[in-house]
Design a protein around this ligand. Structure first.
Ligand SMILES: [Fe+2]
Ligand SMILES: [Fe+2]
Length: 179
């Protein structure tokens, strides 16, 4: 199932769009009339996604060096992509009437350790860390898509972001081959 989902989202979304457009009318309050257990699951899922995206953007942020090269260019694009994902889930949290989890500070720390640690170890470790973390993310996303009854629009956002993570894996794999 996870593999099927991966392929479906891969073909459905344009991952060359790093930051999809959001218009004034795209924002709405959500969850009206949802059963309490459905809302609980959505809240838990959004907290997981929001905190993971904080970790992801922090990893990339601390992997970037001062050199003006292709690796840094790609890392900046990935960081921007993750900042967008973080925004996506923060918006969804508030649209549902939830608040971000305070525990996400711990994920910033983990992101810093992975990001800075791999930068110190060199490019190969930057790519390896990216591939490892993003693979975990893609599976986690698949699980959340499968087990939670999302509204259609939130589901589309999660699928697009999952497709982006898949794109990151491809990019780092290519760079790792030539490193
Ligand atoms: Fe992401
Ligand atoms: Fe990613």
């Amino acid at each position: 199932m996870a593999e099927q989902q991966k392929t479906a989202t891969k073909t459905k979304y344009d991952i060359s769009i790093i930051r999809p457009e959001m218009r004034a009318d795209d924002f709405k309050m959500r969850g009206e009339g949802f059963a309490p257990e459905r809302l609980r699951a959505i809240k838990k899922g959004l907290h997981a996604l929001h905190t993971l995206e904080l970790m992801a953007q922090t990893i990339y942020k601390f992997q970037i060096t001062r050199q003006k090269n292709e690796v840094n260019r790609q890392l900046v694009a990935a960081m921007c992509n993750e900042m967008g994902h973080y925004q996506d889930f923060q918006v969804k949290l508030y649209e549902f009437g939830f608040k971000p989890s305070i525990l996400r500070a711990a994920f910033w720390m983990v992101g810093f350790v992975f990001g800075f640690g791999s930068r110190v170890l060199g490019p190969k470790w930057i790519f390896k860390t990216g591939i490892w973390v993003e693979s975990k993310a893609v599976h986690h996303y698949a699980e959340l898509l499968e087990t939670i009854e999302w509204d259609d629009e939130t589901r589309q956002v999660i699928e697009k972001d999952q497709a982006d993570e898949d794109g990151h894996i491809e990019r780092w794999k290519k760079l790792l081959e030539s490193a």
